[in-house]
Design a protein around this ligand. Structure first.
Ligand code: SF4
Length: 443
């Protein structure tokens, strides 16, 4: 049997999609092996968000061909959509498949017994992408106890730094029946948490049904304990959604809301469709309705025109708002985006220094978030494996908890008493072996 190995670069959405491709290849008769093991076919699902895309692709392909010199290499994903010319120059690629044809990739492969390296890559690519709502051709096997559930694709916002609208096209939603069917399969397979994933999940629409309606449907799926929203744009968070989160026993009290900058001029140059004040008021509304809310954000430093004052505004908001962590990104110009034409590029050393300051603040926020739970008992859903002697899991509001235990806790939802905190995770003790009742609040 021919072997196939797959590797994902980039976001959760890519991870969910790689799992679908793996399921498809398995059905086509491939034996799917871990990335890094010798293989006959290598599928790379790429990302174009950072300026490292090309370098990372080169590196991963070189690494694979080192242990499997005859492996047929197929590249798909966002970089295959936006960087097809650059990909053509990378040695060792046999097939390049843009996002329009991602699901058809297995069909474009030669028959397994005919897999052999090509003198030049075959390219399947269109500049434009479908706008229609979709269903998935296959359901992947999640590689985490928190299963990614893709509900949406594409984005219409056109932030001036972002290539995603070019790489993934217009907003479109996954058909409701297809989402529910996969959720049922996941629950029946023992997965207790689903993470709703997409590019702009708050724009989920199926006729009259919006994200809140979808969540209401998912809450009816027997066996699912938790529904988590992965990352959601501030302008798409409605009072209905906050009310649902406040009342639901399944929807996790957790919001990751990208802010990007705490300065109105920079937000405007980024083409982000909200002001700092609107963002702050949203966070205040959310906090008032959902007392146990876990709040995360994305911050970008070094965007063109970011003066010391503008950065200070970001720093101040980051300090003042009740974030439990943030992801910090350093701006890098992506060819084809509007921001590349902006004046006043920030020197990289300055941007790096700013990123360092925010990352340190995020570390302190994470620690403070964990510390506030010392003495409390919280329900934790455990992942597989052991890290530095701890079995790790998360609460509904995304507090990471580590427990030292000889028992395999994978996929167990356990009551844990928090006894200590670090900037990596809160340290806890199992209070009992009994699992929390279904239907209790999901903190
Ligand atoms: S909202 Fe902005 S940053 Fe997010 S995917 Fe859309 S264009 Fe990119």
């Amino acid at each position: 049997m021919k072997r196939a190995s797959l590797h994902t670069l980039g976001c959760r959405l890519n991870q969910a999609e790689t799992a679908v491709l793996a399921a498809r290849l398995q059905r086509d008769g491939y034996h799917v092996v871990e990335f890094g093991e010798p293989t006959d076919l290598f599928v790379l699902n790429t990302c174009s968000v950072t300026d490292e895309a090309e370098r990372t692709c080169r590196y991963v392909i070189r690494k694979t061909l080192k242990h499997s010199p005859g492996a047929f290499v197929a590249v798909t994903g966002c970089y295959a959509q936006t960087g097809v010319q650059e990909l053509r120059t990378i040695p060792g690629i046999d097939l390049i498949v843009g996002n329009q044809f991602k699901w058809d990739l297995p069909a474009f492969l030669p028959a397994p017994h005919d897999l052999k390296k090509q003198p030049d890559p075959e390219v399947l690519h269109t500049r434009t992408l479908d706008r229609e709502d979709f269903s998935l051709p296959e359901y992947g096997e999640p590689d985490s106890t928190r299963a990614l559930l893709k509900i949406q694709d594409g984005c219409n916002v056109m932030c001036s730094f972002c290539l995603i609208p070019f790489a993934r096209g217009h907003e479109r939603s996954r058909l409701l029946d297809d989402v529910i069917q996969e959720a049922r399969i996941l629950a029946a397979g023992g997965y207790r948490e689903v993470v709703l994933t997409g590019v702009n999940v708050g724009q989920y629409r199926q006729g009259e049904l919006d994200l809140v309606g979808l969540i209401a449907e998912l809450e009816e799926v027997e066996g699912l304990d938790r529904i988590r929203i992965s990352s959601i744009e501030p302008t798409t968070i409605t009072d209905d959604l906050l009310a649902r989160m406040a009342l639901s026993s399944k929807l996790c009290p957790y919001l990751h809301i990208p802010l990007q900058s705490g300065d109105d001029n920079i937000l405007s140059a980024m083409n982000r469709p909200y002001s700092v004040d609107e963002y702050v008021r949203l966070v205040q509304r959310a906090g008032a309705k959902i007392p146990q809310l876990g709040l995360g954000t994305d911050l970008m430093v070094g965007f063109p025109g970011e003066t010391d004052d503008a950065f200070e505004h970001t720093l101040r908001i980051a300090q003042e708002l009740p974030f439990s962590y943030f992801h910090v990104f350093t701006y890098s110009p992506r060819p084809g985006t509007a921001a590349t034409k902006l004046a006043d590029q920030v020197p990289i050393a300055v941007a790096r220094q700013r990123a360092k300051i925010l990352s340190e603040l995020s570390r302190l926020k994470r620690l403070a978030f964990a510390e506030q739970y010392i003495g409390s008992t919280v329900p934790v859903l455990f992942e597989s494996g052991v890290q530095d002697g701890f079995r790790l899991g998360v609460t509904g509001n995304f507090l990471k908890v580590g427990v030292s235990s000889n028992i395999d806790l994978t996929n167990d939802l356990k009551e844990v008493r928090i006894i200590g905190a670090s900037d990596r995770w809160a340290v806890g003790q199992l209070t009992e072996n009994r699992q929390p009742m279904r239907g209790v609040p999901v903190l």
